[in-house]
Design a protein around this ligand. Structure first.
Ligand code: ADE
Length: 250
């Protein structure tokens, strides 16, 4: 998968060299290119923003640098054999970025991220590229960040770990909170590892029983308990019939 990120703070994306994403880059499943938007400015001050039409506070990112940047980045990518780019625009006014979004993005061959600062990017940029490629305006949550770069880090990490060959154990995202399947819509319950006793605290007996059916049932019940406590809205989406079926099978 090819990823391009155009930003006025390229160093903000340095964490993409670390840990899981860094390894995915080094090993090959991820090909990441970070670009400085100011490269496509032509004035002495490398201006990327201006006052909003209609007035109001803050500044708006200008069409010209973004247009030149996205044109150049797409042309480079095509030249290097990439195909089917999608533009990902992080914005608090976008559709929610969820695990389902991450799964869909992980199936795309090429994503171009355009994190904005200030009050956002002149709308015409999004409208223009919307005629040439899929454009996804995505929000990582109901809060406002100072810019979209942190949102890019979040989205790239969520997507990268779904790529084939990136996670050591292909099964390790099967039980994730929000992963599709029988536990869909449930948060993951608590986990334990050695030692069996720590500061007088033991491990739930069932986990030491070796009884896979009982362990699966316990995990499901703990997941339900945690979901009810932290995300009652998700419990309402659960299908009790699916749980009954699971119970009969154990
Ligand atoms: N930029 C600023 N806030 C954001 C958010 N919540 N999600 C995505 N991009 C953003």
């Amino acid at each position: 998968m090819r990823l391009d990120v155009v930003t006025i703070f390229p160093e903000y994306l340095d964490p993409l060299n670390v840990s899981l994403v860094g390894k995915a880059r080094a090993r090959g499943p991820l090909d990441v290119h970070v670009h400085d938007l100011r490269r496509w400015t032509h004035d002495r001050h490398n201006t990327v923003d201006d006052t909003p039409y209609g007035g109001g506070p803050g500044m708006v990112m200008k069409t010209c640098p973004w247009g030149e940047a996205i044109d150049t980045v797409t042309a480079d990518g095509y030249e290097q054999g990439a195909a089917r780019p999608a533009l990902v625009v992080p914005t608090p006014s976008g559709r929610p970025f969820t695990q389902e979004t991450a799964v869909r993005l992980s199936r795309r061959p090429w994503l171009i991220f355009t994190p904005a600062r200030y009050e956002g990017i002149d709308r015409r940029v999004i409208d223009e590229y919307g005629t040439r490629m899929p454009v996804l305006e995505l929000s990582i949550g109901d809060y406002v960040l100072a810019g979209g770069e942190a949102a890019v880090l979040v989205m790239v990490e969520a997507v990268a770990r779904l790529l084939p060959g990136v996670l050591g154990n292909a099964e390790s995202h099967r039980d994730d909170s929000f992963a599709p399947g029988a536990m869909a819509d449930l948060l993951e319950g608590p986990v334990y590892t050695k030692p069996p006793m720590w500061r007088g605290r033991g491990v739930p007996e069932v986990l030491l029983s070796g009884h896979h059916g009982r362990i699966a049932r316990w995990r499901r019940d703990e997941a339900l308990r945690r979901t009810a406590e932290h995300r009652p809205d998700l419990v309402e989406r659960c299908d009790p019939a699916a749980f009954d079926k699971q119970d009969r099978a154990t």
